[in-house]
Design a protein around this ligand. Structure first.
Ligand code: NDP
Length: 433
């Protein structure tokens, strides 16, 4: 705590992992002796930089850019960029730390990093976003490379931003180095199914969890938070498997549609118009938009928090349990507070932590790097099949590790232990670095 003051989310993420690792380190004392944990909680490198840019009226703004390169034990640093007005170093560190275990679980040879800026793209013109991205990349480019550090998108960074970032990277380096960024347009090096991968993967994971109890998502009432990249494609996949998806939210409120959400309308509002959810209720008879209470007040069998960290608190968890929720899988990173997780687990609800349940996005990013390295292009179907296989494998790793360390059904312990063991072996092999 003293070494990392004012970083509560980082403390929260580390605390959860250390709690899980106690039984692992008891079984593998050599890892404790090698101070693997002490090394693992210290980022290999942190870069903070000034991002000056000019808005459409000629006014100069100064933002702060971040890249935390946490671990390269398994491959080049890999993890998204977030543009959000309240982004601080502690948030980036928690995200990068989670990425260590998540990326290890994919089995795909990627290290861990995360970055971004305290820039709010909301309400900015395309030209302003482009100028911001160009200024951001002007500093960041010297730290990137297909064998060094490979960012992708996250909150506030989608296909538009990745395009501008890549354009500036190419201009500064004089190289078309496709493998230096993922989430690119499919016409110029991007992988099919990358946009869909995190949301699709979360649904694959929840189906695997339900199958351990002989259940399925078909016919189940599903509620999600968020209406962004992860959420929209989780809705798409859940509906494809026959679920009744009845509610989702955005930063302005939530919408309930008992007939089942109209995904085409949602996509048009959120992806094309970059609008708010109240317009969904206006356009759809029977749907209601609310700014009071929470999306988690809507009775459901399955909840998929897909918005942001610490958005599902203890009271929400109590309400979900009271309404009979069977499974909660995190499409977002650390959306459930620790006391909410405790409530869910004590009630016997299946709980899939983000580092396992949302790993499909980064896994498909690693598949994009693979296609770039081979100058190959896979079909949507082939990429999606590989994604589904990775998610099945992650689920199996969690179950096996949880059993090995005496906590069957505990996906938190399973994910942390399985991810840690993979990184720990690599660190041991590579010496004290
Ligand atoms: P987006 O920016 O595309 O979407 C985020 C959505 O969440 C938006 O609809 C936003 O509302 C909404 N939102 C933000 N805060 C709240 C809140 N407090 N309550 C309700 N809704 C809220 O981001 P992504 O979908 O890419 O990311 C979502 C989460 O998933 C993050 O935690 C991210 O780290 C994680 N993740 C993303 C991956 C990816 O591939 N993109 C990979 C793995 C994890 P509004 O529309 O009003 O802005």
């Amino acid at each position: 705590l003293r070494r990392n003051p004012g970083e509560p989310e980082f403390h929260q993420a580390v605390h959860e992992v250390l709690h899980s690792l106690a039984p692992v380190l008891r079984k593998r004392p050599e890892y404790a002796e090698a101070k693997l944990v002490e090394r693992l909680v210290e980022p290999e490198r942190q870069v903070l930089f000034r991002v000056p840019w000019t808005d459409d009226r000629g006014e100069v703004h100064v933002n702060r850019g971040y890249r935390v390169e946490f671990s390269s034990a398994l491959g080049p640093y890999k993890g998204g960029l977030r543009f959000a007005p309240d982004l601080a170093l502690g948030t980036v560190k928690f995200l990068a730390f989670e990425q260590i275990f998540k990326n290890a679980l994919t089995g795909l040879g990627i290290g861990a990093g995360k970055g971004g800026a305290d820039f709010d793209p909301k309400g900015r013109s395309d030209a302003e976003v482009m100028r911001f991205c160009q200024s951001f990349m002007t500093e960041l480019h010297r730290h990137l490379g297909e064998h060094t550090d490979v960012p992708a998108g996250d909150i506030g960074v989608g296909g538009r931003e990745i395009g501008y970032l890549f354009g500036q990277y190419k201009r500064l380096t004089n190289r078309f180095e496709a493998g230096a960024l993922t989430g690119k347009g499919t016409g110029w090096g991007g992988s099919q199914a990358r946009t869909e991968a995190t949301g699709y993967g979360t649904v694959h994971f929840v189906r695997e969890m339900l199958a351990t109890r002989g259940e399925d998502i078909a016919g189940r009432r599903v509620v999600l938070s968020g209406a962004g990249n992860v959420s929209l494609f989780a809705i798409e996949k859940a509906q494809a498997y026959g679920a009744l998806v009845i509610a989702c939210s955005d930063s302005s409120g939530y919408v309930v549609d008992e007939a089942g959400l109209d995904l085409e309308l949602l996509k048009e509002i959120k992806l094309e118009r970059r609008g708010r959810l109240d317009t969904y209720a206006e356009a759809r008879p029977g749907a209601r938009f609310s700014t009071t209470g929470s999306v988690y007040d809507v009775p459901c069998d399955i909840a998929l928090p897909c918005a942001t960290q610490n958005e599902l608190g203890q009271d929400h968890a109590v309400g979900l349990v009271k309404n009979g929720v069977k499974a909660v899988a995190e499409g977002a990173n650390m959306p459930c507070t620790p006391d909410a997780v405790e409530v869910l687990r004590e009630a016997g609800v299946l709980y899939g932590p983000g580092k396992a349940a949302n790993a499909g996005g980064v896994a498909t990013s690693a598949l994009e790097m693979r296609q770039n390295a081979a100058r190959d292009i896979w079909s949507f179907e082939e990429t999606e099949n590989r994604l589904a296989a990775v998610m099945r494998d992650i689920h199996t790793q969690c179950v096996v590790a949880a059993e090995e360390f005496g906590a069957p059904d505990d996906y938190v312990l399973g994910a942390n232990a399985a991810g840690f063991l993979r990184v720990a072996e690599a660190m041991r092999d590579q010496g004290v670095v």
